[in-house]
Ligand binder design. Structure first.
Ligand code: PMP
Length: 284
């Protein structure tokens, strides 16, 4: 694979980042994941806008211009022959030359890393037809989940626990309400109404969430942005999750309780189709 590190395109085994990098020592960095379908970037503008919000929230400048970001993404897709897959980007506060809680001087170069992942046929994975099983787990992450930091240990632990319990993923619960999935936003559908948690510091403002809710409203579906309990979720007609890398994925079981007839719901299937159609058309 060819990867990008601080202005250079290199074979992945020649790419280097300092052991003093604040991303490595302190998880002081942010990331984005943009899907590629048919060699084109899905919702690139949305991901760049959120990258900017994350950087601003952590007091970091944006190291590249919009045109430069687009160019690096496209070059990596091209150099690696990606038809379907992802481009991962990460920006950290860089290498202060030592370990220190105090931020390094503002002119310290940031570390910018991008790489691709090839996922042939990712828009057509069988799981979209069978659906996911989720279990609910305590949400003990920090209080600024709207910032897309590389601090992913707890989501990773929660996913491991979900797998150990025979499920595919976890829905995280804080104060008796579902916040989101380990790496996706969570939705339930009751009597035709789509319910998903409102935006705040408690959840990541999903780029896929924004697009899916827009398409749902354009199709005259009812949308309610509010939190819901695991009990309400287990009694829902259907459920689903959204993320840039999985699009819309149906959820068929919560804590061992099948939803409806235990098969992927019609609202999730329709939204997946609309999302993929519309986003392919708008891809860059
Ligand atoms: N919530 C969390 C915690 C996530 O990690 C992700 C995926 N990055 C999402 C939601 C979905 O966001 P997006 O649609 O922008 O991928």
């Amino acid at each position: 694979r060819t990867v990008y590190v601080n202005g250079e395109y290199l074979p992945e085994d020649e790419a280097k980042v300092s052991i003093f990098d604040r991303g490595f020592l302190m998880a002081d960095g942010v990331y984005e994941v943009t899907s590629v379908l048919d060699g084109k970037l899905i919702d690139f503008g949305g991901h760049l806008a959120r990258l900017n919000r994350s950087l601003t929230a952590l007091g970091m400048p944006d190291p590249l211009s919009e045109a430069e970001w687009l160019d690096v993404h496209r070059q990596l897709v091209d150099k690696n022959g990606i038809t379907d897959g992802m481009v991962y980007l990460q920006v950290t506060r860089g290498n202060p030359g030592d370990r220190d809680f105090v931020y390094p001087p503002a002119d310290t170069p940031q570390t910018v890393v991008l790489f691709t992942q090839s996922k042939p046929g990712m828009a057509d994975i069988p799981q979209a037809r069978t659906g996911l099983k989720v279990v609910t787990i305590d949400d003990i992450r920090w209080g600024r989940r709207d910032i897309k930091t590389v601090q992913l240990l707890y989501p990773s632990m929660a996913k491991m626990e979900a797998k150990a319990r025979g499920a595919d993923d976890a829905w995280l619960v804080q104060d008796g309400k579902v916040t989101e999935g380990t790496s996706n936003n969570a939705y339930i559908v009751k009597d035709g109404k789509i319910i998903t948690r409102d935006l705040s510091h408690d959840i990541l403002h999903g780029i896929t969430r924004a697009a899916v809710l827009r398409f749902a409203r354009e199709a005259q579906m009812q949308v309610e942005e509010r939190s819901f309990t695991p009990d309400e979720a287990r009694e829902a007609d259907e459920a689903f999750v959204t993320s840039a890398s999985t699009f819309v994925m149906p959820v068929v079981e919560i804590d061992g309780v099948p939803l409806g007839d235990g098969r992927p719901g019609r609202v999730a299937a329709r939204l997946r189709e609309v999302y993929l159609d519309e986003m392919r058309k708008a891809a860059v």
